[in-house]
Each structure stands twice: as C-alpha cells, then as structure tokens.
Design a protein around this ligand. Structure first.
Ligand SMILES: [Zn+2]
Length: 205
C-alpha cells in the first residue's frame, strides 16, 4: 500500500455529495459500506480546505462504485459523479478554481479551454495537494497528474479514473458549451508513472 497522502476535506466532501446526487442517499450508504468508509455515513468531512482527508479514502469510494456496478457498468456513473463534482466545486468553492466572474465569453474556443485547464491545474497543485501539469500539442491538451487516488486502489488492466474524466468533461463544457471525447490515456493504477488525460481540441459533433 502506498504511503498516506492528504487531501483537503472539501475535496472528499464534494465527492460524497456528488455520489449522493447521482446514486441517492441509499446508494451512497451502500458505497460507503462497500468501501470500508462507514465512519462517513451521515458524517461527511467539513467544507474546509484543511488537509485532514486522504487520497486513500477518495480512491476507496471510487473503487466501491466500481465494485458495486462492475468496471464497465461503473464508467458512466463515475463520469456523472465527476461532472457533478465540478459543478459543486464551482458552486461551493468558487475561489478554488478562480473561475467566478472570469470574462472568457469573448475568447476563441481553444483559449477558453486552455484558460480553464490552467485554472484546474493550478487548483490541483495549490489546493488539492495533487501535482499536475498541462501540456499542449497542436490537436489536444494533456492533463498530467503525478499523484492520484487510484494509487491506493487495486491494480487495473485499463485506466480507472473516470471521475476525473467527468470533471474535465464538465469543465470543458462549462468553458465552451460543447462536449469533448476526453480519454485517460495512461493511469497509475495501470502501471504508468502518471495519470494522463487527453482533451482533444475538436469537440464531438
Ligand atoms: Zn488514473
């Protein structure tokens, strides 16, 4: 098992609230039980940025959704949870992303995407204790994450971080009003050194 890594309380709380919105109160209880997270039933972490939660607990909740629905069935659910996670973060912790009041409407689509991805990268590094980088190539952006809750999940045969895929999908939809086929192309749980997400510059038709 990897060494403990701390996460802000608000990040784990937001994940639980997103699970609740997607799966309901009973579904959430089932997830918390399956993940060995019973201590959080009706007792979510507080809405603050103290580093008192852990990557392991975040990963255990994601893994529990996968265990309950199977790896194929869980994908769409985890992505929905990710989309809601972004919406909640925008609403509850707008300062984290620094997106409130950002005047991006007049910018071209690629610039909007880049600006929002830069904010997400900065928030990961400075607020979520998650080393991250953004790389740009002519046809796509790459969001590269060096520490991920999936390090504390069992090994996977293919990338597992569908919550983050959903977060990025919703962030890009917020930025542009369009949908993008975002893919995790390398994953720590799959033996890679980092989780790498490809965000194509061209939206889905
Ligand atoms: Zn991953």
């Amino acid at each position: 098992m990897a060494e403990e890594r701390r996460l802000p309380n608000a990040a784990l709380r937001t994940l639980f609230l997103a699970i609740e919105e997607v799966m309901g109160a009973n579904g959430t209880r089932a997830v918390l039980k399956a993940g060995g997270l019973e201590r959080f039933i009706d007792n979510y972490p507080p809405n603050n940025t103290a580093l008192e939660s852990t990557f392991a607990d975040y990963g255990a909740a994601e893994q529990a959704v996968e265990d309950l629905y199977g790896s194929r069935g869980a994908r769409a659910i985890l992505m929905r949870i990710g989309r809601v996670t972004f919406q909640y973060t925008l609403r509850e912790q707008p300062a984290i992303l620094g997106l409130a009041g950002l005047a991006i409407k007049a910018l071209p689509m690629g610039m909007r995407m880049k600006l929002v991805l830069e904010r997400v990268t900065k928030a990961a590094n400075e607020d979520v204790n998650q080393p991250a980088q953004l790389r740009e190539e002519p046809d796509a952006f790459y969001f590269v994450v060096g520490e991920c809750p999936c390090r504390w999940r069992p090994p996977h045969t293919s990338p597992a971080c569908f919550v983050t895929v959903g977060v990025l999908q919703e962030a890009m939809h917020w930025a542009t009003g369009k949908n993008f086929r975002i893919e995790e192309v390398a994953c720590i749980s799959n033996g890679a050194a980092a989780c790498v997400y490809r965000i194509p510059k061209q939206p889905v038709e």
